[in-house]
Design a protein around this ligand. Structure first.
Ligand code: BTN
Length: 243
């Protein structure tokens, strides 16, 4: 049973690593770590996650779901849906959208990213650590120059600053509702829920030089792309760009 329990650290290299170690030490589902200053944040595809000290939410949560190995990506999607719901509420009237697999966009700029790391043993999902990096109080000048045009934050959108811990708790409460739903019903509902916020549905996308139309999300969270000869590819990794 997922039960949120938040530990707040002043500073750490990566909350993802701390939560991963706690999970290996049997920490229960819902155990979460946030850091006010994260100095070596990790992003998807081995990238560095830039987070100016004290300004943004860096939080990792341990989930121990009963799901099939191939369904693991659906948990990352659950975290991005949760984040988008939270962004909608706090940045009203602006609406958050999702970019496959898990970026949260608002006004076509990235406000949050999710790193989902699963531990699988003998074909069984032992746990997943969901890491959310959500830009809250960082202003344009806090972002690296090359990312300045593509990122945004709560304060940029609303003009208001927010308490990081309160936002973290609110994220966990919302995530708990969806994780409980998975615990009771399984994760089949996730792709459709995710698609409702999909920014690029029906659009032409490119992945590794292959072009196609984004037609849906498969049962395991893959991006279904219809290419020129009508074949439908199920894309499960990599970076997608707009044509
Ligand atoms: C992405 O590349 O979009 C995912 C970024 C995920 C960053 C978060 S911040 C909290 C957690 N700790 C990390 O080191 N990374 C994730």
């Amino acid at each position: 049973m997922f039960k949120p329990d938040l530990i707040v650290l002043e500073e750490t290299e990566s909350t993802q690593d701390i939560a991963g170690k706690m999970a290996l030490d049997e920490a229960p589902s819902g155990t979460s770590v946030m850091a006010l200053r994260q100095i070596k944040g990790r992003g998807r595809s081995r990238s560095y996650w830039h987070s100016p000290p004290g300004k943004n939410l860096a939080l990792s949560v341990i989930v121990r779901p009963t799901i099939k190995v191939q369904e693991c990506p659906l948990l990352g999607m659950l975290a991005s849906i949760t984040t988008a719901d939270l962004v909608d509420d706090l940045c009203h009237p602006f609406k958050a959208y999702l970019k496959w697999p898990n970026d949260v966009l608002i006004q076509d700029r990235k406000i949050a990213g999710i790193l989902s790391e699963a531990r699988i043993l003998n074909g069984i999902v032992e746990f997943i650590v969901l890491g959310v990096g959500l830009n809250i109080n960082s202003r344009a000048e806090d972002f690296p120059d090359e990312l300045c045009e593509s990122l945004t934050s709560f304060v940029i959108i609303t003009g208001k600053t927010f308490d990081l811990k309160k936002v973290g708790i609110s994220f966990l409460e919302r995530l708990a509702d969806l994780v409980h739903k998975v615990e009771h019903e399984g994760a089949d509902f996730v792709p459709l829920l995710w698609e409702q916020r999909w920014r690029h549905k029906g659009q032409m996308l490119v992945r590794d030089g292959v072009m196609g139309t984004a037609i849906g999300i498969g049962p395991d969270g893959g991006l279904l792309m219809k290419i020129h000869d009508g074949e439908i590819l199920n894309i499960t990794s990599g970076t997608i760009s707009l044509l």
